[in-house]
Design a protein around this ligand. Structure first.
Ligand SMILES: [Zn+2]
Length: 487
């Protein structure tokens, strides 16, 4: 069996993964707070842990891996957005507006992450479905002296957990000196953090032994991971920005609630994302969402490829130059594997790279080698192991070429409307051809298929048909006017 090695933030060493139960390898990754579109930085943990999920499934079997990623659907930012809508005169209740906002955002999140070729996790719990478990955990922490209630708040007593700060390598006194803590009259100690807080009438709230209120953010992950994965599980992941205080607090809560258990054995943290060498920020004007890129005509597969070129533990720089190069490579590879049956299993060299602390850059180098050697079946199957060249992501291939044919290849961001309408038109024609082909295969009469094909060819569109579907590849002399006969 492949030996997977991962860098464990907790021990600061690369370790062999030895699952607690190889028949059920368990991974928890902190998911999004659902109040807005995911920005490009949010996509990094999704792609990193998707590759790990795929690797674990490859090694232990797809049915032997449980991947949990939560949705935080109770949060001050969500409340603020619902209150804003209410203030604008929306007649619905705050609860309805909050529900609408979170449902909408979860839908966007799924669509955007699907477009990046990320598999859905095994379970995607929503925090508001686990309030009872959170209340139970908090009550237990009060009983054991690790937490206390004051003025409708419940706080975790940080000094009651001697190992606090070990994950991030900080001492409690350094943290106080760093002044990243809030002093409040209901706290015994400035380091103590909120497990439960009171809700006013105009905020969502649940009844609890400490009055109507809502949970703090950190307790959500502790309660959901315990409920769904148990008190000890294999891997906990998330962005490096969550290491302190969020992960430190998760550990304190879970270890104090269950001193006999390990909580997570391996902690993995992905580094942050930059854009053209700068931190992404609204003030620098280089802030954008995954959807912004997709709408500009940059395929999700291209975004994924760019991300995989940088090791997860290194800061990653998103550049347009990288996206262009990635698109050219993928176009070439997709051409190579177009009518190829994938090999039965990925190339051992690709799996070896991934098993070495998720060396995705090394895996891509191996894919280049397979492409160079013309080993198309191995290329297809090995690329699929990192979520590239999959059938699900194949539809993009001709889309940018259609936009390119409008003469605006460099300025795709400005050609959005044009690109989309042409895309829709080609989409319809591709569907029409696919339908005609399906009935022709039954009737053995290919007249309609040939008619559509010859119109496409005369309009400068290359037609590829396989059992996976129809691909239309407009060439540089593509003339959309000639397609009118098909509309
Ligand atoms: Zn978390």
């Amino acid at each position: 069996m492949t030996r997977i090695r991962l860098y464990n933030t907790k021990t600061r060493a690369k370790e062999d993964v030895a699952p607690i139960d190889p028949a059920n390898v368990r991974m928890y990754v902190c998911g999004p707070t659902v109040y807005d579109r995911a920005h490009l930085g949010n996509a990094r943990p999704v792609i990193v842990f998707d590759v790990l999920f795929r690797l674990l499934r490859h090694v232990y079997g797809p049915e032997h891996v449980t991947y949990v990623r939560n949705f935080t659907d109770v949060d001050d930012k969500i409340n603020a957005e619902a209150q804003r809508r209410k203030a604008l005169g929306d007649p619905r209740s705050l609860e309805e507006l909050i529900r609408e906002r979170t449902e909408e955002t979860i839908g966007w999140y799924h669509a955007d992450m699907d477009a990046l070729g990320a598999l859905r996790p095994t379970l995607e719990p929503r925090a508001t479905d686990y309030i009872g478990q959170m209340i139970g955990m908090i009550a237990g922490l009060i009983r054991s002296g690790h937490a206390y209630a004051k003025d409708g708040h419940v706080l975790f007593r940080v000094r009651s957990y001697a190992e606090y700060g070990r994950l991030s390598g900080r001492s409690v006194d350094d943290m106080i000196a760093g002044a990243r803590v809030e002093v409040a009259p209901f706290k015994e100690d400035p380091m103590d953090f909120v497990l439960w807080k009171p809700s006013d009438a105009d905020l969502p709230g649940w009844e609890s032994p400490w009055g109507r209120g809502r949970p703090g953010w950190h307790i959500e992950c502790s309660a959901m991971s315990e409920e769904l994965l148990g008190t000890s599980f294999d891997i906990h992941g998330g962005g490096i920005d969550l290491q302190f205080p969020h992960h430190e607090n998760e550990i304190a809560q879970s270890r104090c609630a269950h001193p006999e258990a390990d909580f997570a054995k391996v902690w993995m943290h992905n580094e942050m994302l930059q854009v053209e060498g700068k931190k992404m920020s609204k003030s620098l004007g280089n802030f954008f969402t995954v959807r912004d890129l997709l709408d500009k005509g940059i395929p999700g597969e291209v975004i994924r490829f760019v991300f995989l070129q940088t090791h997860y533990s290194k800061p990653m720089d998103w550049t347009e130059e990288k996206a262009r190069a990635a698109e050219a490579t993928l176009r070439k590879w997709r051409g190579l594997v177009a009518d190829t049956e994938p090999a039965p299993s990925p190339a051992p060299s690709v799996i070896a790279a991934l098993a070495d602390d998720l060396n995705t850059a090394g895996a891509i180098a191996e894919l280049h080698g397979l492409a160079g050697a013309g080993d198309r079946a191995a290329l297809k199957r090995s690329a699929e192991a990192v979520g590239l060249l999959t059938d699900e992501l194949s539809r993009w291939e001709w889309q940018p070429r259609i936009v390119a044919a409008t003469g605006r290849a460099e300025g795709r961001s400005t050609a959005r409307g044009v690109g989309e309408s042409r895309f829709d038109c080609m989409d319809r024609i591709a569907q029409k051809l696919a339908d005609a082909r399906t009935s022709a295969l039954r009737s053995k009469d290919f007249t309609e298929v040939d008619r559509i094909k010859s119109i496409l060819v005369s309009a400068g569109v290359e037609v590829r048909m396989s059992k996976e579907g129809v691909q239309l590849l407009p060439s540089s002399n593509f003339d959309p006017a000639k397609l009118e006969a098909l509309e």
